[in-house]
Write a protein that binds this ligand. Structure first.
Ligand code: ADP
Ligand code: MG
Length: 256
């Protein structure tokens, strides 16, 4: 067994008195697609944000390529302590958000080049051809010089995916990448995500799109109120859900 890119053991996370993650464990082996499903408020975004240390957590371990995150302090005062490690994890787990989060004053090409140049310190001359190739790969090679407002939502989200890929991350973290899009625009983003899965990119995908989760996942996790209620292969989870809560969640999801 190779070392998973991301491993989380028994993670607990509270916002003040509200415990949002109540002992969650996740492993993302290299090349796997792990989907997180569950009702709004079940803790999916929080879990994703804990992975790349955008959120603190109070107990449990997070390992990146087998190396445990080093902490200082305990409980609500616990923080990651090693700046180099934090930076390594953040730059290697690129996030794609529901609302794209592109810089509106920069062109699409500038958006894609920004982090490799500013954060990784790569030379623009090296990054530009890579950025252009990624824009072509996601089907918007002709939009390099446009501004985000000139693009459809589906095009903006594909630009955001190109931006994440341009960091050459070890894994991609998607937080409901299609939820802000009209149904006909969702499919162009779904296609890009499926292509990435077919290339064996390591991904953790929070999604409301059960068909997408069923199609691309190696493993699906159903979160309910901060706990893993059920998990398994997509065929089992979607084909023969055991828990009554998951059955209810799936029938409500299929209804719209
Ligand atoms: P999901 O992504 O599954 O909809 P979230 O992880 O966003 O769920 O939220 C889980 C719970 O944590 C919810 O009850 C939400 O209200 C709460 N929560 C999320 N972010 C914060 C925050 N910054 N401060 C306080 N509570 C939060
Ligand atoms: Mg969320």
């Amino acid at each position: 067994m190779t070392t998973p890119v991301i491993e989380i053991h028994d993670l607990h996370k509270s916002y003040g008195p509200l415990e949002v993650l109540k002992g969650v464990s996740v492993s993302a082996p290299k090349g796997s697609v792990i989907s997180l499903i569950g009702s709004s408020g079940s803790g999916k975004s929080t879990l994703l944000r804990c992975c790349n240390l955008l959120e603190d957590s109070q107990s449990g371990e997070i390992l990146f390529n087998g190396k445990p995150v080093r902490w200082t302090g305990e409980g609500l005062a616990r923080r990651p302590s090693d700046r180099d490690q934090i930076r390594k994890i953040r730059t290697n787990l690129a996030m794609v958000f529901q609302q794209f989060n592109l810089w509106s004053h920069m062109t699409i090409l500038q958006n894609v080049m920004e982090a490799p140049v500013q954060v990784l310190g790569e030379s623009p001359a090296l990054v530009e051809p890579r950025a252009r190739a990624l824009l072509a790969k996601v089907g918007i090679g002709d939009k390099a010089d446009a501004f985000p407002a000139q693009l459809s939502g589906g095009q903006q989200q594909r630009a955001a995916i190109a931006r994440a890929l341009c960091m050459e991350p070890e894994a991609l973290l998607f937080d409901e990448p299609t939820s802000a899009l009209d149904p006909e625009l969702q499919q162009e983003v779904v296609k890009v995500i499926k292509d990435l899965a077919a290339e064996n990119r390591t991904m953790i995908l929070v999604t409301h799109d059960m068909r997408l989760a069923a199609d691309v996942s190696s493993h699906v996790i159903f979160l309910h109120q901060g706990r893993i209620e059920e998990e398994g292969a997509p065929e089992a989870l979607f084909g023969a859900p055991k828990s009554e809560r998951l059955q209810q969640f799936l029938s409500a999801s299929m209804a719209h």
